[in-house]
Design a protein. Structure first.
Length: 447
C-alpha cells in the first residue's frame, strides 16, 4: 500500500507540474487516498513505530503482571482508564501524523475489550459469552464513525459479523437462535427478541460499511448476510429447512442474488460471488451419486424457513430481470445466455422435489452442461474482449469439470500401479494440450 501511495504521489506531482491540477488539489487527493485506505498509508517507519509501541506495551504488561497481586482493584482500573484516555487524546491530537495516530487508533479500538476483560478478572465476573463483544462494539462505534481513517470501521464491521455468527450459534448467548438452547431453558421455541437483536447487529454491520466505505460496494456485507441466512436455515433454528430440495433452492438463490447485486461495476469484477456460484454449480454435479433416504427423513420444513426460501427464489428471479448478468462478457446474446445459465442453476433444485435417483442424476447432468457452457462462453468472450483473465477462467472451469468427471467415471478402474501411471500420463498430456491452447488464445488476443 505504501508503494501505491508513493506512485500516486509521483503521478499527482507530475499532473500538478503539467498544470492539469493545482498543487493544492494534488495534496487533497493524496490525503484523501491515505485516509480511506485500510491502514492510512502506513510506511515502513510507521510499522517500526507500531512495533516499538507493541514492545513497550508488552514490557509494561510484564512489569505489571509480576506485581499484579500487590496492586489494588481501584488502582488497576484507574491506571487503565488513564491509559485509555491518553491513547484516545494522543490519537486525536496527532491525527495529521499517521505515524503516531494510525497505531494508536488500532490500540484505541482494542482497549475496550481489554478493559472489559480486566474488570471481569478483577471482580471474578462471568456470564453471557457474547455480551462483552457487543459492549466492545458499542464502545468502539464512536471511534469508527468519527475517525478520519477507515481502519476502525473495517474492524468494527468484522467484529459485528463475527458476533452475529458466533452469538446466534452459541447455545448460552443472548443472541442464540438455536432451538436446543430454548428447549433446555424451557423457553418458547422461537426467541423473537433474540431474532430482533441479531437483525440489529446485522443492520449495524451493514450500516457501518455503507456509511464509512460507500465506494467499496455492497459485495462483502451482502455475501456475509446471505451466508448467515443460509446457516440459519441449516442449523437447528426456528427457520430450519430439512428437505434437500428446499435447501438447494435457497442456497442457489442466495448465490445468484449475491452475484447479481455484488456491486455496480460493469466489468466482471464479482470474483468472490462468481467463485461461490461456480462452486455451488460444481457441487450439484455430484448429485449423480445422490440416494434419497426416505426412511430416515428428518421431518418437514419450518413454515418460516419455507417462506424465506421462496422469498430468496423470487428475489433471485427478479434480479435476473432487473440486473445485468455478471458471469460472462456482455453482449446481447451473451446477456441472455448468462441469465439463462443463472436461471437454470436455480431451477435445477426443483428436480429434487421428485425425490428419485433419476431426477437427481438429471440435475447432475444439467449442472455439468452449465459448467461446460460457462467455460466455453468465458473462453469465447475473453477472446472477443481481449481478456486473458476471462480466457484463463474459462479454461479452469472446463479443466476442473473434465478432470472431476474422468475420476468420477473411471476412478473405479484404478486398481493397479500401471493404471495410475497411465492416468498420470493422460493428465500430463491433457495439461500440456490445455496450456498450449490457452497460450494460443492469449497470443491471438494480443495481436
Amino acid at each position: 500500500m505504501a508503494s501505491y501511495h508513493k506512485r500516486l504521489e509521483k503521478d499527482l506531482e507530475g499532473a500538478a507540474a503539467s498544470g492539469i491540477i493545482t498543487p493544492e488539489q494534488a495534496g487533497k487527493i493524496l490525503e484523501h487516498s491515505r485516509a480511506t485506505s485500510l491502514l492510512g498509508g502506513m510506511k515502513a517507519a510507521h510499522w517500526i513505530a507500531a512495533a516499538a509501541g507493541i514492545f513497550i506495551s508488552l514490557g509494561v504488561i510484564l512489569v505489571v503482571a509480576s506485581n499484579w497481586d500487590k496492586l489494588g482493584a481501584e488502582l488497576k482500573i484507574g491506571v487503565f482508564l488513564l491509559l485509555f484516555v491518553g491513547v484516545a487524546e494522543t490519537s486525536t491530537y496527532k491525527e495529521e501524523n499517521s505515524a503516531v495516530s494510525a497505531p494508536l487508533e488500532l490500540l484505541w479500538f482494542f482497549m475496550p475489550v481489554i478493559g472489559i476483560g480486566l474488570y471481569a478478572q478483577i471482580f471474578n465476573l462471568s456470564g453471557d459469552p457474547v455480551k462483552p463483544y457487543l459492549l466492545w462494539a458499542v464502545l468502539s462505534a464512536p471511534l469508527a464513525f468519527l475517525a478520519r481513517r477507515n481502519t476502525a470501521a473495517y474492524l468494527l464491521t468484522i467484529l459485528l459479523f463475527a458476533v452475529l455468527y458466533y452469538g446466534t450459534l452459541t447455545p448460552e448467548s443472548m443472541l442464540s437462535l438455536t432451538l436446543a438452547r430454548n428447549q433446555e431453558a424451557n423457553q418458547p421455541a422461537t426467541p423473537w427478541a433474540h431474532w430482533a437483536l441479531a437483525l440489529a447487529v446485522l443492520a449495524g454491520a451493514a450500516f457501518t460499511h455503507f456509511v464509512k466505505s460507500p465506494d467499496r460496494g455492497r459485495g462483502l456485507p451482502l455475501g456475509a448476510a446471505l451466508t448467515w441466512v443460509i446457516i440459519m436455515l441449516v442449523a437447528e433454528t426456528a427457520i430450519l429447512l430439512r428437505t434437500p430440495a428446499m435447501l438447494l433452492l435457497a442456497g442457489m438463490s442466495a448465490a445468484v442474488l449475491w452475484l447479481a447485486w455484488d456491486s455496480g461495476a460493469e466489468a466482471l469484477e464479482s470474483k468472490l460471488p462468481l467463485l461461490v456460484w461456480t462452486g455451488a454449480v460444481y457441487t450439484m454435479t455430484f448429485f449423480w451419486h445422490y440416494r434419497p433416504d426416505i426412511e430416515n427423513f428428518r421431518g418437514t420444513d419450518s413454515p418460516a424457513g419455507t417462506l424465506i426460501a421462496w422469498t430468496l427464489f423470487a428475489a433471485a428471479l427478479a434480479s435476473l430481470y432487473l440486473r445485468r448478468q455478471r458471469i460472462i462478457p456482455e453482449g446481447e446474446k451473451e446477456d441472455l445466455l448468462g441469465k439463462g445459465l443463472l436461471a437454470a442453476s436455480i431451477l435445477c433444485a426443483f428436480l429434487l422435489f421428485d425425490t428419485s435417483r433419476e431426477s437427481a442424476k438429471l440435475l447432475a447432468v444439467i449442472a455439468n452442461l452449465i459448467l461446460i457452457t460457462l467455460g466455453v462462453s468465458l473462453i469465447m468472450g475473453g477472446t472477443r474482449t481481449s481478456s486473458e483473465k476471462t480466457i484463463n477462467r474459462g479454461v479452469a472451469v472446463l479443466t476442473l469439470t473434465a478432470v472431476t468427471r474422468f475420476i468420477d467415471i473411471f476412478g473405479g478402474l484404478l486398481t493397479s500401479g500401471l493404471a495410475f501411471i497411465g492416468t498420470g500420463l493422460a493428465f500430463a498430456a491433457l495439461s500440456y494440450g490445455i496450456n498450449q491452447g490457452r497460450k494460443a488464445l492469449i497470443d491471438s488476443v494480443k495481436k
